[in-house]
Design a protein around this ligand. Structure first.
Ligand SMILES: [Zn+2]
Length: 253
């Protein structure tokens, strides 16, 4: 069984002294390909280096809303140049995050809109991060997104899931689906059409209940793949093939 981790921050400094072991352990678990999305402009070069060192690692470049205070308007022009030169598989992460605060509301929205425009200009899918702003993000995607993408670590409602699906967006499902309190997400996973889901770790964050307190790793996605197969009442190998196909077709890999 070969798997794609559609969202993994393998460039994170917390992996600096164990990155090779993490990649090796993932390979043993069957996770042979990974998408590495960016957070801030000063990390793009490291992501490029990490991806250049191994087959099956694919970079995405973007400006993550959680790091809003580190972004500068000049980074948008730099991003445009990077996309032109590096031809990554996607733009991201980008999006809107009102979980921590709304002080930068206008600036977050502007950055997201500019990245939606860049995605259209470069004909790339989007890797979208959204917290406490799902309806607003859906309406922005409806107006502006032309090449689809993924809402990573999805945590919305059934209705929002279907709205995104109808806009050509897939839902990235992280190990949060394994928590007992995640009933709403479990129902969404059970009901989504086959081509609406992606598998992701979001490593090193978002470890599932069996790895609480540990660094999350791409190898662990095997565990919530099994739960997703149980929820969808299908064989784990069949679901793996479907999710691989979904990642391949969205990111053109
Ligand atoms: Zn992320």
């Amino acid at each position: 069984m070969k798997l794609i981790d559609s969202h993994c921050h393998l460039d994170d400094d917390r992996f600096d002294d164990c990155r090779e072991q993490v990649i090796a352990r993932a390979a043993v678990a069957g996770v042979t390909r990974m998408v590495i999305p960016a957070t801030t402009a000063n990390r793009w070069e490291k992501i490029k280096q990490v991806c250049a060192g191994h087959d099956g690692l694919y970079p995405a470049y973007g400006l993550h809303p959680m790091f809003i205070e580190q972004h500068h308007v000049s980074h948008l022009r730099e991003l445009d140049e990077w996309l032109q030169r590096e031809r990554p598989i996607a733009i991201g992460e980008c999006g809107v995050d009102f979980f921590h605060s709304r002080v930068d509301e206008k600036w977050q929205r502007q950055l997201f809109l500019e990245q939606l425009q860049l995605a259209n200009n470069h004909r790339l899918p989007l890797i979208v991060h959204v917290r406490k702003a799902m309806d607003e993000v859906i309406s922005l995607l409806r107006k502006h997104a032309q090449y689809g993408g993924v809402v990573h670590s999805f945590a919305g409602s059934q209705q929002q899931a279907l709205q995104l699906y109808n806009l050509g967006f897939k839902l990235g499902i992280a190990a949060t689906v394994d928590f007992e309190r995640a009933r709403k997400l479990q129902a969404v996973v059970a009901a989504m059409p086959d081509d609406g889901l992606l598998l992701e770790s979001d490593a090193p964050d978002q470890a599932g209940p069996t790895h609480r307190g540990q660094l999350n790793q791409p190898a662990f996605i095997v565990e919530h793949l099994q739960s997703m197969a149980d929820l969808r009442k299908c064989a784990v190998e069949d679901l793996a093939a479907i999710l691989n196909h979904n990642a391949e077709s969205l990111f053109n890999i």
